[in-house]
Ligand binder design. Structure first.
Ligand SMILES: [Zn+2]
Length: 189
């Protein structure tokens, strides 16, 4: 077991070197939809800071869990350094159209958090102070995450397990990570 503490030294959402990708199957993190799985051995081996754990990442977005400590965040305590302001039109141009309401105007401002769910303020401040990647970012501002959001699923084409039969199967879409897009009531000044 590693001497590093999850939630302090290593984000809860980060993968560990012993956590291998297991294949495609129905996953509770996305209500039983097919998703790419990963074994769970947090704290064993070496932390892979730049690689999110597939299951914990999806769980963090679906359950609004802080990626640093893994605990749920409350509406008035959700902060993000890495999210960036964009618009519905820009996201549609990048292929996220199917996830956005069709009647949403192209100039609607949205806060794209990518794969990183918002953190508790204390966790976000610690991450900003200690994570070299966050320190290297130009934008050091912690932004309050909006009270409404959209979840988009990023997926890969995969073949389901061959346990069922040896009849060749068509590739299916399997969810990898979830993308979180904040929908503000108004644009913060
Ligand atoms: Zn936290």
């Amino acid at each position: 077991m590693s001497k590093l503490t999850i939630g302090l030294d290593v984000p809860w959402v980060a993968s560990w070197s012993t956590e291998t990708v297991t294949g495609v199957g129905p996953c509770p993190s996305v209500d039983g939809v097919l998703a790419v799985g990963q074994s769970e051995h947090p704290g064993r081996g070496e932390p892979l800071y730049s690689r999110n754990h597939l299951f914990r990442q999806r769980k963090s977005v679906r359950e609004m869990r802080c990626p640093m400590c893994g605990e749920p965040t409350r509406e008035n305590d959700r902060w993000t350094q890495t999210a960036r302001w964009t618009t519905a039109g820009e996201l549609r141009a990048k292929g996220a159209g199917p996830w956005l309401p069709p009647d949403m105007d192209d100039d609607k401002p949205l806060l794209d958090a990518g794969a990183v769910a918002p953190m508790h303020l204390t966790c976000a401040e610690r991450a900003r102070a200690e994570c070299p990647h966050l320190q290297a970012m130009e934008d050091h501002e912690l932004k309050a995450f909006p009270g409404a959001w959209i979840v988009a699923a990023l997926s890969v084409e995969a073949r389901p397990g061959h346990a069922v039969s040896n009849v060749p199967q068509r590739p299916v879409a399997a969810v990898t990570f979830l993308q979180l897009i904040g929908v503000p009531d108004h644009i913060p000044s």
